[in-house]
Design a protein around this ligand. Structure first.
Ligand SMILES: *Cc1c(COP(=O)(O)O)cnc(C)c1O
Length: 479
């Protein structure tokens, strides 16, 4: 399996070559030269596999430069109920991503948040930690991971990399913009290879710093800077697995279809769903849900992609979706534009110059339905109402991001083909967002026993103005 850039850079790379890097040299994102097609016989053979074995079967299609026994061992070490140990009462922890029906056969939640940081990002990040360790040892290299987080990526990365030899993590977060629990998850880690930097600005400003450092080729090479943010291809690849697992859990045979609704920000999660569908998984619809930061919903409704500035980004009660420029979106647009890298490069010249692009009057936009996409948006009021409604109706507590997903999913339920179950991806546990849960339900969320004291632990964080030079100096002093 060879990888190409969405902007046409010529040199084709292997999986391990792009694992440790970020953007392609031409500023594009890596994608497989062609998606593997999964036939009916394979789907039938995969239906009853364990999560770890399914992950191996899928990932081995994308990874041709790690021997199969090693990859299988890493999948087994990653996808087990010791790592994903926070399954909720009534859910089967052995499933790793258990499906919880609210209405049997009709409406379900796919629990992706049973990992160490209680959010779906652990699904890919825990594997990434093991892949990094493996590849760095094989090459006798070290890496300084630089990332930006709006909440959940940072803690997931830190829990995946903590204590790993050859790896240091420098994680930027927007100062004061995450929940108290999210801050505690990151800032309370005492491992010596973990560095938290709180930037006095919005998430997008933190992300722009990361991009600026990556664009400094000398600094990047000298300090072995690597990425684990959502543009990392291995993360997208690992996320493909739970669409298959969720499909098998929601259906009795491979003749059936499923609709997935995905609470979205950077388009990473749903991009994996798009690829699963391109591989041949019978997905009827991919329903994209945004919060008040509705850049992606606007595109799917109008054909106009208009990233917002940091100043135009709303601070919401589903903070992990407070994203105004969806870093993975280029991957979908590449496919939508018949994989024409010149066209993609042209569109992103506009985006990088701060201008929108408009596909409405092109034949490409008319083809969006062929890719299964529809979208909708949620807001604080809708989010609270949904948390309350699902709790009252089904006795199930959902987090604010999942609530955005359920709200948008239910709005589209009537338009689905008859008999197609609607599966909402549960992207976090309510324990992470106590203030919003209290506002909706006038009670505290349930918190796993061993995490109850987290917010009282000592915290370690460096506060900084949003300037690339300050971040570079900080890294250089600790490399
Ligand atoms: C990261 C995150 C999202 C958004 O996922 P993307 O891959 O950025 O679209 C949604 N919900 C939660 C809880 C998250 O942590």
């Amino acid at each position: 399996m060879k990888y190409i850039s969405t902007r046409g850079h010529a040199a084709k790379a292997e999986f391990c070559d792009i694992l440790l890097g970020g953007l392609a040299p031409d500023g594009g994102l890596y994608l497989p030269q062609a998606y593997p097609r999964i036939g009916r016989a394979e789907l039938d053979a995969w239906r009853h596999l364990s999560y770890a074995e399914l992950a191996f079967q899928i990932l081995t299609r994308f990874v041709s430069d790690i021997p199969a026994p090693d990859l299988r061992e890493m999948c087994a070490r990653t996808y087990n109920s010791k790592v994903y140990r926070y399954a909720r009462p009534g859910d089967d922890p052995a499933q790793i991503t258990p499906l919880r029906w609210l209405e049997r056969g009709k409406l379900g939640l796919l629990a992706l948040s049973n990992g160490p940081t209680l959010a779906f990002k652990d699904m890919a990040m825990q594997l990434l930690g093991n892949l990094f360790e493996y590849v760095l040892a094989r090459r006798d290299e070290t890496i300084n991971i630089l990332g930006a987080t709006s909440g959940d990526t940072g803690s997931a990365a830190e829990y995946a990399m903590r204590g790993k030899a050859r790896v240091k993590v420098f994680m930027l977060s927007p100062a004061g913009k995450m929940s108290a629990f999210q801050r505690a998850q990151m800032y309370a880690l005492a491992d010596e290879n973990i560095f938290n930097i709180a930037v006095t600005g919005m998430f997008d400003e933190a992300q722009d710093i990361v991009k600026a450092v990556f664009n400094d080729a000398d600094f990047k090479a000298q300090h072995h800077i690597g990425a684990v943010n959502s543009i990392n291809w291995a993360r997208v690849a690992a996320q493909i697995v739970y669409y298959f697992k969720g499909y098998f859990a929601a259906t009795a045979s491979n003749d059936e279809m499923v609709a997935f609704c995905v609470p979205s920000g950077n388009f990473g999660n749903i991009c994996a769903g798009h690829i699963a569908r391109c591989m041949g998984l019978p997905i009827a619809r991919l329903i994209l849900a945004t919060n008040e930061n509705d850049v992606l919903d606007e595109f799917f409704r109008t054909g106009i992609y208009r990233p917002r500035t940091a100043a135009e980004t709303h601070v919401t009660t589903s903070p992990s979706m407070d994203i105004a420029k969806a870093s993975n979106f280029e991957r979908f647009i590449f496919d939508l534009l018949d994989r024409d890298p010149q066209k993609v490069a042209g569109l992103w010249r506009e985006i990088d110059a701060g201008r929108p692009f408009d596909l409405a009057k092109t034949p490409y936009f008319a083809r969006v339905p062929e890719f299964g996409f529809i979208s909708g948006t949620s807001s604080h009021v809708g989010r609270l109402a949904m948390i309350k409604q699902i709790h009252e109706q089904y006795g199930v507590m959902i987090d604010p991001h999942t609530a955005d997903g359920v709200k948008v999913a239910l709005e589209h339920a009537d338009g689905l083909p008859a008999g197609v179950p609607l599966v909402v991806l549960e992207t976090a546990q309510p324990a992470k967002f106590a203030a919003t849960i209290r506002e909706a339900l006038a009670r505290d969320p349930d918190i796993p026993d061993d995490l109850r004291d987290l917010e009282n632990m000592p915290q370690r964080v460096e506060v900084m103005a949003p300037q690339p030079s300050a971040v570079k100096d900080f890294i250089a002093a600790r490399d």
